[in-house]
Ligand binder design. Structure first.
Ligand SMILES: C[S@@+](CC[C@H](N)C(=O)[O-])C[C@H]1O[C@@H](n2cnc3c(N)ncnc32)[C@H](O)[C@@H]1O
Length: 426
C-alpha cells in the first residue's frame, strides 16, 4: 500500500480534478480538492508523467468548501463541495484556458435557477450478488443510493418504491442489470429496464414491480439495440418554450429542462441576428433545436443516427406545424455531402447546427463544414470543451468565433456545455 502524502492544490482542471505537484515536481491529479487547499492524499495510480490520487483528508479547507448534500456525491463529481459561485468561476477559468488561441473575448454565462433537482433522467445499477442498488463508484462497485439531490424529486420517489421491491425479486428473475427513469414536468415517469444477457427476457413480475407509483406511465425493455415497450406508453412529452416535443424510450433528450429552454432562446436569438434561413440540423435527436426555430427560419433539414429518435421526429414535426422540416436517419458522417447535393436544398443551406455527443465532430463533418463555401454560419452546441477545442482549431482557418456562451446545464458537476457561433471568414 502506498503511503499518504501532503499536497497543495494549485488549480481545479477539467474534468474536475484537483491539480497539485509532488515533492519531486511530478504532477498529481486528486479526485477532490479546491485551489489553495492542503490535502492528505493517497496515490492510486502512477503514470510516466503524472500520478492519480484520492483524497484522504482535507488539512486546510478553502473558504469555498461547503457540505455536500448527497453522501454519494463523488460518484457524479466532487463539485458539490464547492459553493456555486465558485463552481462557475472554476468552469469559466477552465473554458478560457481551453479556448486559448481560439477565442479570447468574454464568455457570457447562462445559469439555471435550479441548482439541484434538475436531472430528468437517471440510471441506477443493480448488483444482485451483494443486493446493493444505486450508482457506481470510481472503482466500478455499486453503492447504495436511496435518493439523489441532482435528480427531479419525482424520480427519487419512484426509485425508492422500486428499490424497496427489488430485494423481493427471486433469483430466477434477477435479469435486469440497470434501471433508467425519465420524467417530464407534468409528473409522468417512464421506466426503462436494461438486460445485459441477450438470452434472458423479463417476466410479468417486472411490470408489477415497476408500476409501483401512479406517476409511472410506461415500461420499456432494452436489450442491446432491441427496444420494446412492454406496458403503457413508450414515450414522454415535454413542453419547452411553448412547443411540445415527444421523445421515445431511449432517445436522447436534453436532461435539464430549464436550461434547455434557455439554450433554445439563445440559439433563436443568434439565428435571428445572423439571419439564417435554411438550416441543416446535424445530430438532431428528436428535432428539438431545429424545430424550435420553426417560426424563425424557412427550412430545416435534420440528420440523426438513432432510429428510436426517428419514431419521434415525424410527430414533433407535426406538433410544430412546420411544413418545411425534413430529416434523414443516418450518420452525419456518411450523409453530409449527400444532403447538400439534394436538389431542393442545393445552394440554399446557409447555416448548420451541430450538437454532437462528447466525441465531437467526425473528420468528414469537419471537412464538410470547412470546404462548403455556401455555409456561412455554424451554431455549435457542445457538451465537451476538449473536443470542441479540437474542432474549433480545425475550423479556425475558415471560420471565426463570433461568440461563445457557457450554459450551466449540469450544476454540482464538472460538465461544461457551450454554445459557439461561428461565421465564415470573408
Ligand atoms: C447531444 S445529442 C443532441 C440531440 C438534439 N440536438 C437535442 O438537442 O435534443 C446528440 C445526438 O446525436 C446523435 N448521433 C450520435 N452520433 C451520430 C452520428 N454519427 N450522426 C448523426 N447523429 C448522431 C445521438 O443519437 C443524439 O441524438
Amino acid at each position: 500500500m502506498t503511503e499518504d502524502i501532503k499536497v497543495v492544490v494549485k488549480d481545479v482542471v477539467y474534468p474536475g480534478k484537483a491539480l497539485a505537484k509532488r515533492e519531486n515536481g511530478k504532477t498529481i491529479f486528486v479526485d477532490e480538492g479546491i485551489d489553495g487547499e492542503e490535502l492528505l492524499v493517497r496515490v492510486v495510480r502512477e503514470h510516466k508523467t503524472y500520478d492519480e490520487a484520492t483524497l484522504v483528508r482535507v488539512l486546510s479547507p478553502s473558504e469555498h468548501r461547503i457540505d455536500p448534500r448527497c453522501s454519494h456525491y463523488r460518484t457524479c463529481s466532487s463539485y458539490q463541495i464547492i459553493d456555486y459561485d465558485y463552481q462557475i468561476r472554476i468552469k469559466l477559468r477552465q473554458l478560457a484556458n481551453m479556448m486559448k488561441g481560439i477565442y479570447t473575448q468574454r464568455i457570457d454565462s447562462v445559469l439555471p435557477n435550479n441548482k439541484f433537482d434538475y436531472r430528468n433522467k437517471v440510471t441506477f445499477h443493480l448488483d444482485w450478488e451483494n443486493e446493493v442498488f444505486g450508482y457506481r463508484d470510481w472503482l466500478g462497485n455499486v453503492i447504495e443510493v436511496d435518493s439523489c439531490h441532482l435528480v427531479m424529486p419525482i424520480l427519487n420517489r419512484v426509485w425508492r418504491r422500486i428499490k424497496d421491491r427489488l430485494i423481493k425479486v427471486g433469483p430466477q428473475h434477477r435479469v435486469v442489470s440497470d434501471i433508467t427513469l425519465r420524467a417530464n414536468r407534468s409528473g409522468e415517469v417512464l421506466v426503462l429496464l436494461h438486460i445485459d444477457n441477450p438470452k434472458e427476457e423479463i417476466s410479468e413480475d417486472w411490470i408489477e414491480l415497476s408500476c409501483c407509483d401512479k406517476a409511472v406511465v410506461g415500461i420499456v425493455r432494452i436489450k442491446g439495440k432491441s427496444v420494446k415497450g412492454i406496458w403503457g406508453q413508450d414515450y414522454l412529452e415535454e413542453v419547452l418554450n411553448g412547443k411540445t416535443y415527444r421523445f421515445h424510450s431511449s432517445a436522447f433528450f436534453q436532461v435539464n429542462y430549464e436550461m434547455a429552454e434557455k439554450a433554445l432562446s439563445l440559439l433563436k436569438k443568434e439565428v435571428i441576428e445572423e439571419d439564417s434561413r435554411v438550416v441543416l440540423d446535424l445530430f438532431c435527436g428528436v428535432g428539438l433545436l431545429g424545430l424550435s426555430l420553426s417560426d424563425t427560419v424557412r427550412w430545416v433539414y435534420g440528420v440523426e443516427s438513432d432510429s428510436v429518435c426517428g419514431k419521434s421526429l415525424p410527430i414533433n414535426a407535426d406538433y410544430s406545424g412546420f411544413g418545411n422540416f425534413s430529416y434523414k436517419i443516418a450518420s452525419s458522417s456518411d450523409v453530409v455531402w449527400e444532403v447538400f447535393e439534394d436538389n431542393t436544398l442545393k445552394k440554399k443551406i446557409d447555416s448548420v447546427i451541430v450538437d454532437p455527443p462528447r466525441r465531437g465532430l467526425s473528420k468528414s463533418v469537419r471537412e464538410f463544414l470547412r470546404k462548403n463555401s455556401k455555409i456561412k454560419k455554424v451554431f455549435y452546441l457542445s457538451c465537451d470543451p476538449m473536443t470542441l477545442r479540437r474542432d474549433l482549431l480545425y475550423l479556425k482557418p475558415v471560420y471565426k468565433v463570433k461568440k461563445m456562451y457557457f450554459l450551466d446545464f449540469f450544476p454540482q458537476t464538472y460538465h461544461i456545455e457551450t454554445l459557439t457561433v461561428l461565421l465564415r471568414r470573408k
